[in-house]
Each structure stands twice: as structure tokens, then as C-alpha cells.
Design a protein around this ligand. Structure first.
Ligand SMILES: NC(=O)c1ccc[n+]([C@@H]2O[C@H](COP(=O)([O-])OP(=O)(O)OC[C@H]3O[C@@H](n4cnc5c(N)ncnc54)[C@H](OP(=O)(O)O)[C@@H]3O)[C@@H](O)[C@H]2O)c1
Length: 247
């Protein structure tokens, strides 16, 4: 099967492309650095010739809510329109578990807009809401790290291994459209500050962490709101197993 991955040079997109190729599929890689831009549509029609399914694992630059919503509206609109022209039969969107439960986060507002466009769009679809990835804590700390100090919110999350997300996206992409899939989460709850500390330690980095609710994530994300809900699909790889690969 010929499958395009939008965001194929990114964290999840690259892993998904590899899984699908190992399974014998013909993978088309899409990203700006590979000459295809969802913001303008440049290169999209050529990339989608003969493609049956598209996995959207792109990301948006950090920005305020209005700019993030506008970015996802434009990129998703261009991608869906090109898929319709090409006769693509299945659009698979990587989203975030809990986006509809949490207000006040610009990225989440953008993902809600992306999900809305996909559900209302012309191509049969599956949206896959994933929990935070195992590398999320170190990424969040890196946003503010300066002179060996970083801030981070003490979120409770149920993180999932990037490789498990890629396996699930690959499985879904070759199947029939399913609408909004169940949340996909990892096997255990974790505290984001502890995850960041342990990731830094495993990678041999010394970073002082300052817990706060005044940074990128506010009190609307406190409590159990990011943990698994009933019916979620639990992926197998624990944070400790992933951490062992970081050493
Ligand atoms: N991090 C988490 O814990 C988490 C959890 C659940 C869901 N998610 C979602 O997962 C998605 C993917 O995250 P990720 O961390 O794998 O992303 P990432 O590593 O930042 O990769 C983003 C990819 O998108 C491409 N891209 C960005 N803008 C593009 C454009 N205009 N046209 C074409 N390609 C474009 C990038 O390549 P170029 O720069 O070359 O264009 C890159 O290949 C995000 O939408 C995020 O909301 C993340």
C-alpha cells in the first residue's frame, strides 16, 4: 500500500515511516525540509499521486492561540483538499488525549481546530488521541532551560513510548477509517517533574528543575485531567523501559 506521512522527519512521523516500510509498504515522506509545505500546499499534489492513506504527524510552532489555530487550519485545510484531489481513502490524524477536556492552552486549541476540520472534511478519517510521549518531560524542560535551570509543571500524565505511538498509527493507517479512536496511553501514571529529572540523569545532564504552574501549563491541567479515561488503549512500553534506552 502507498502511504504518505506528513511530518516524516519528526519524532513520531519518522518512526511511523520506518514501521510501515518494514511492513513492506511504499512510504512517501512529507515535510518542508523535503520540499513539501502544508502551509502553502507547495509540492503536495505531486507527493500524493497514487497515495491511499495519509498520516498527519506534523506539528505547529509555539505561538499564541489565534496563531496556532490559524496555522493548523491552513495546514490541515491544504492537506485535506490535496487528498480529495488525489482520491486518498483514509486520513489519519495524530492528536492529543484530553484536548476537549482542557481550556487555556494554545496548542490544544489548535489541535481541536485540526480535529474539527478532519471530522467535517471530505476524506474518511481516523483521529488518534495520544497521551504525552515519554520524551515530553525533557522537551518541556528544554523550552525554558537557561544556565542550567528550567521550569516545569508537576503534571500527572500517563505517558506513552514514541515507538508504541508509531506502531498504533501504522496499524490504523492500513485499516479502515474509524472516526475518533479511543485515547492511546502508556501503562503507568507519572509525575512530569520526576520524568524530567530522571531523563536528564539518564542522559548525563545536570539541570535544576523549578516546579511551577505559571509557565506553559497552568492549573487547568492539574489533577487527574491528563490521566487515562475508561476504555483507553494501554500501550505496553513503560517509562522505565524507555529510560533504559536513554542511558
Ligand atoms: N509531544 C507529545 O507528548 C505529544 C503527545 C500527543 C500528541 N502529540 C502531537 O503529535 C504531533 C507530532 O509531534 P512530534 O513531536 O512528532 O512533532 P515534531 O517532532 O515537531 O515533527 C513535526 C514534523 O512536522 C513537519 N512539519 C511541520 N510543519 C510543516 C509544514 N508546514 N509542512 C510540512 N511539514 C511540516 C516537520 O518537518 P519540517 O520542519 O521539515 O517541515 C516535522 O517532520 C503534534 O501535532 C503533537 O500535537 C504530541
Amino acid at each position: 500500500m502507498r502511504i504518505a506521512i506528513a511530518g516524516a522527519t519528526g519524532n513520531i512521523g519518522a518512526l511511523t515511516a520506518t514501521v510501515l516500510e518494514q511492513d513492506g509498504h511504499d512510504v512517501v515522506r512529507i515535510s518542508r525540509s523535503l520540499g513539501v509545505d502544508l502551509s502553502t500546499g507547495a509540492g503536495l499534489d505531486d507527493a500524493l499521486v497514487g497515495v491511499e492513506a495519509v498520516v498527519d504527524a506534523t506539528n505547529a510552532p509555539a505561538a499564541d492561540e489565534a496563531a496556532t489555530v490559524a496555522y493548523f487550519r491552513t495546514t490541515t485545510g491544504n492537506l485535506l483538499a490535496a487528498e480529495e484531489r488525489a482520491g486518498v481513502r483514509h486520513h489519519v490524524l495524530l492528536s492529543i488525549a484530553g484536548v476537549d477536556r482542557i481550556e487555556g492552552n494554545a496548542h490544544y486549541a489548535g489541535k481541536r481546530e485540526q480535529e474539527r476540520l478532519v471530522a467535517a472534511g471530505p476524506v474518511p478519517w481516523t483521529t488518534v488521541p495520544a497521551a504525552q510521549f515519554h520524551d515530553f518531560a525533557a522537551m518541556v524542560a528544554s523550552w525554558t532551560e537557561q544556565d542550567g535551570v528550567a521550569t516545569i509543571a508537576p503534571l500527572l500524565v500517563q505517558p506513552i513510548a514514541p515507538s508504541d505511538v508509531a506502531d498504533i498509527l501504522a496499524e490504523i493507517a492500513v485499516g479502515e477509517p474509524q472516526g475518533r479512536y479511543v485515547d492511546v496511553v502508556g501503562p503507568e501514571p507519572q509525575d512530569l517533574v520526576d520524568m524530567a529529572r530522571r531523563t536528564h540523569e539518564a542522559r548525563g545532564r545536570v539541570v535544576k528543575l523549578v516546579p511551577t504552574w505559571s509557565g506553559a501549563f497552568g492549573p487547568s491541567m492539574a489533577g487527574n485531567v491528563l490521566l487515562a479515561v475508561d476504555g483507553a488503549r494501554i500501550a505496553p512500553t513503560t517509562f522505565d523501559e524507555w529510560l533504559a534506552e536513554q542511558r
